[in-house]
Every structure is written in structure tokens, then in C-alpha cells.
Design a binder for this molecule. Structure first.
Ligand code: SAH
Length: 211
């Protein structure tokens, strides 16, 4: 995502009630943090947060955690989210490479929306659906591992299907043209709004792997 420098981004992050600054301290205890036993869904690479915010508003009985690597981007998400009062949403500024130090057997679903494609073969391991990341995700799920992915990047989509398959995931739902499918209640991300307005095709897959 193109980054615009956001003034006072550190202050915005450090002072937000939505941000968890020391997420490793909550490993194994996220349900306690939310103070209920509701399922926890996370999104890695949440960008400016439209998707996770709309989910949190629409589904109050699910807890949502948005993860984003860059200060400037998460600061923009915070500005938007701070205006709303929600008990079922938290944000973490971190690199997903650290995810297995933050969650342990407590996540019910993972969303990957318009992840960076890293088109060069020598960067394939950096893709959020490479086996490097799939191995890390293994330890975070409480029951079955469930991942939902959307992208407009055909190359990343093809790569991810093979990577999921090689790693033992099964396809539960798939669309090669999400916006012309009969899938209901689709919540759009910022990139999805942008790319679909240019008539880019949106790919979608939901995969699952038993414990
Ligand atoms: N999900 C949003 C943004 C997509 S752009 C949307 O669909 O509109 C991809 C986002 O993932 C960027 O904001 C980028 O900073 C973030 N990202 C990429 N690699 C990451 C990583 N390893 N850990 C956390 N966030 C990451």
C-alpha cells in the first residue's frame, strides 16, 4: 500500500484505546482481554481498516483483531475507528512474522484481503500464504484452521491455492469473480472498492484444515 507520512503517527498509536501495544503479553489470554468467550477473527494487513470496522459493527458477538505492519497506515485506521465505540475490536501494529508469539490456540478465523503479491519468485516466501506463514498460523487456531482470502491478483491467487493445497487445506468456497457471484453479505475492503470500480475481477477463497 502506498504510504503517506502521517503526522503524529506515534502519538496516535500510543494513545488509542483500540491499540494493544504489547500484544505478546496477551498470548493465550485474548478471551480475557475481551472479557467474553466469543470467537476471535483476525485480519492480517488490514490497511486503513474499513473491512474489520464494518465487521465489528455488523457482528457484535464476534471479537475482531486487525493487524497492520506500518505506523502511517494503522494511524489512518485509528483516526477512523476512534470515532466509534466498540468493545469487540482491537488493533495491533506488528509484522505478521511475529504472529505465533502473540496468539496461541485462540483464533477462529483469519482474513487475508488484498495481500501484497510479491510477484518476483525470489520473494515468494514473503507472501502471506507461503508455507513460512502457514506454519506460523498453525499454532494460532483454536479448532479447525479457517482462512478467507480475497485478491484481484491472479498470480497471488493461483500461488495461494497451490500453497494451501500443499499444506493440507481444503477448499470450502471459491469464486473466480466474487462480485458477479451469489455470495451474500460481502464486506468490501478499501482495495476491493478501488479495484472493483476499475472492473478488476475479485477472486475469493475460503479454505479449512482440520486440527
Ligand atoms: N486489506 C486492505 C489493505 C491491503 S494492502 C485492503 O484490502 O484494502 C496490504 C496491507 O498489508 C498493507 O497495508 C501492508 O502494510 C500490510 N502488510 C503487508 N505485509 C504485512 C505483514 N507481514 N504483517 C502485517 N501487515 C502486512
Amino acid at each position: 500500500m502506498r504510504q503517506r507520512n502521517v503526522k503524529n503517527k506515534k502519538d496516535i498509536i500510543n494513545n488509542s484505546k483500540y491499540i494493544i501495544l504489547n500484544p505478546e503479553e496477551y498470548i493465550g489470554n485474548w478471551k480475557k482481554l475481551f472479557n467474553n468467550f466469543n470467537p476471535i477473527y483476525i485480519e492480517i494487513g488490514m490497511g486503513k481498516g474499513d473491512f474489520i470496522l464494518e465487521n465489528a459493527i455488523n457482528y457484535p458477538n464476534i471479537n475482531f483483531i486487525g493487524i497492520e505492519k506500518y505506523d502511517s497506515i494503522i494511524a489512518l485506521a485509528i483516526k477512523k475507528i476512534e470515532k466509534i465505540e466498540l468493545n469487540n475490536l482491537k488493533l495491533i501494529r506488528m509484522d505478521a512474522l511475529n504472529i505465533d508469539n502473540v496468539f496461541k490456540k485462540e483464533i477462529d478465523k483469519l482474513y487475508l484481503n488484498f495481500s501484497d503479491p510479491w510477484p518476483k519468485e525470489r520473494h515468494a516466501k514473503r507472501r502471506l500464504t507461503s508455507n513460512v506463514f502457514l506454519e506460523k498460523y498453525d499454532n494460532i487456531f483454536v479448532n479447525n484452521k479457517v482462512i478467507e482470502m480475497k485478491t484481484d491478483n491472479q498470480g497471488l491467487f493461483e500461488y495461494s491455492l497451490i500453497s494451501f493445497n500443499d499444506y493440507g487445506y481444503h477448499i470450502k468456497e471459491i469464486s473466480l469473480d466474487l462480485h458477479h457471484s451469489n455470495k451474500e453479505n460481502n464486506i468490501m475492503t478499501e482495495y476491493e472498492k478501488k479495484f472493483s470500480s476499475k472492473n478488476n475481477r475479485i477472486y475469493y477463497v475460503k479454505v479449512e484444515k482440520n486440527q
